[in-house]
Design a protein around this ligand. Structure first.
Ligand code: HEM
Length: 454
């Protein structure tokens, strides 16, 4: 039953076309389309397939769906389409199995463990920054994608990653990421079955990725004894993980699914966040100068984990990039029972969408939402209400890589910015692109040596 003050159904997003609804808008101009939804609070209907899906724009509703009433919801249909690629890894599994896996994987993301990864992150960022020359124009999104992939693979597989396996993974990953997204968006579910060149490339890349990961698992199991005394990487921690009740280790199949999930979930997201961060610093020279001053005053290269807490402004720049330019994609949940949200009733099977980008640009919670203002995160400012700032989701599917990603963004931003100032290349028109993540396209920036701070 609708409440007395509400019409019987939520408003419908503008621009709905006969038959295809909003699918074209989401496909062609996803960022603009999502931005247009911030005007509807707390819920708005979109038509992407035969039935409406409801975008939750109110933080309170998001919190209910993801946290307090999460038992009424499961992951949506799009996750079924990801299963051929991600198997039954954390991102696609549910219920007791998901909980068990989550407990097994969690120690690899413990903050002490992440502190160990900082050395690798700082080294790889420094190598990348050192490869640039003064005056060079770089495609920052591409650079960050390569760097982020190198960071995830090196922290995941550091001890056993030989050059050819690394190359296989680095070549195959972008093809798999792109192909997965196209498949999720395909309303016909037929396109991916056609023998098109794109589908053949995807099948080939997926096959190579699978084989490279299996090779690593077997190599790693074989020489584990040699490494028992060394610092554990993520793969060796997953190999050692034991279920608290049964004492069982993960099977190779399960390990495979978790590794591919971590690679897919942890690469483009962090890269997109970093690319947007450099874009914003390039547009705001005073924030860039403050960041450099802070690094000059408080950081000694190469960065180590104990230095990161001193970098308050840099951390706020990361938070502001995660807010205004949230690199995550959209998240979908399906009601598994009849539910009530925002005064409306919905039948079992209804799908709900939430986009951190929409929530983060709500002027009610973030005044002047399109202003890039890291100071809004100063400790004396009022905090955003619960559910309003959710770059990493919430509840039992909260991003397991949250601290990893924040640490990576902070370490890379600090390492690169202490060497170079990145300024927008003349004439380059940057465009936001939303595939499975939100990232800038054509982000061409000129690399300039840093003058010493005043
Ligand atoms: C800025 C970077 C990142 C953003 C914005 C981000 C965002 C998210 C979000 C919103 C979810 C929840 C999805 C849902 O509820 O359906 C999620 C889940 C997940 N993320 Fe991240 N992520 C980032 C980086 C990473 C990294 C670096 C890793 C791993 C190395 C990672 C691994 C995962 C995994 C495994 C899940 C599934 C967790 C579960 O369902 O239990 N993410 N991420």
């Amino acid at each position: 039953m609708p409440t007395a003050s509400r019409p019987p159904a939520p408003p419908v997003a503008p621009g709905r076309l006969p038959l295809i609804g909003h699918a074209l808008a989401l496909w062609r101009r996803p960022l603009e389309f999502l931005d247009s939804l911030t005007a509807y609070d707390p819920i708005v209907a979109t038509h992407l397939g035969p039935k409406p899906s409801y975008v939750l724009t109110g933080p309170d509703l998001v919190h209910r769906v993801l946290v307090t009433e999460a038992a009424n919801y499961a992951k949506g249909r799009s996750f079924d389409k990801l299963r051929p690629y991600l198997g039954n890894g954390l991102a696609t599994s549910e219920g007791a199995f998901h909980l068990r896996q989550r407990r097994l994987v969690q120690p690899a993301f413990h903050h002490q463990q992440i502190a160990h990864y900082v050395d690798t992150m700082a080294r790889l960022a420094a190598e990348r920054a050192d490869s640039w020359r003064p005056g060079q124009v770089v495609d920052v999104t591409r650079q960050m994608l390569e760097l982020s992939l190198a960071i995830v693979t090196s922290t995941l597989f550091s001890t056993s990653l030989d050059a050819s396996a690394a190359a296989e993974i680095r070549h195959a990953m972008p093809v798999v990421l792109h192909g997965m997204y196209t498949r999720v968006l395909d309303p016909t579910n037929l396109w991916h079955r056609l023998p098109t060149p794109g589908n053949r490339r995807l099948a080939d890349a997926h096959d190579r990725l699978r084989r490279a990961i299996d090779h690593l698992i077997h190599a790693d199991r074989a020489d584990r004894a040699d490494r028992a005394s060394g610092r554990p990487d993520l793969l060796s921690m997953l190999l050692q993980a034991r279920d608290a009740d049964s004492g069982e280790a993960m099977t190779d199949r399960q390990l495979h699914d978790e590794l591919i999930t971590l690679l897919v979930a942890g690469t483009e997201t962090a890269a997109g966040g970093l690319a947007w961060l450099f874009h914003e610093l390039g547009r705001h020279p005073h924030l860039d100068r403050r960041l450099h001053q802070e690094l000059h005053d408080h950081a000694v290269l190469p960065l180590t984990a104990d230095q990161l807490p001193r970098l308050g402004h840099t951390r706020r720049v990361v938070d502001e990039a995660l807010r205004m330019r949230n690199p995550g994609g959209i998240t979908i949940r399906r009601a598994i029972t009849d539910v009530e949200l925002g005064g409306y009733r919905f039948r079992e099977g209804t799908e709900f969408i939430f986009s951190a980008l929409v929530l983060h640009r709500n002027p009610r919670h973030f005044p002047h939402p399109l202003r890039f203002d890291p100071d809004r995160w100063l400790p004396d400012r009022p905090p955003a209400p619960r559910g309003a700032f959710v770059p990493f989701g919430a509840g039992h599917h909260l991003c397991i890589g949250e601290s990893f990603a924040r640490t990576e963004m902070l370490t890379v931003a600090a390492t690169v910015a202490s060497r170079w100032r990145l300024t927008p290349a003349p004439g380059a028109r940057v465009r936001g692109v939303m595939t499975s993540t939100n990232h800038p396209d054509n982000l061409l920036m000129t690399v300039e040596p840093r003058p010493a701070p005043d």
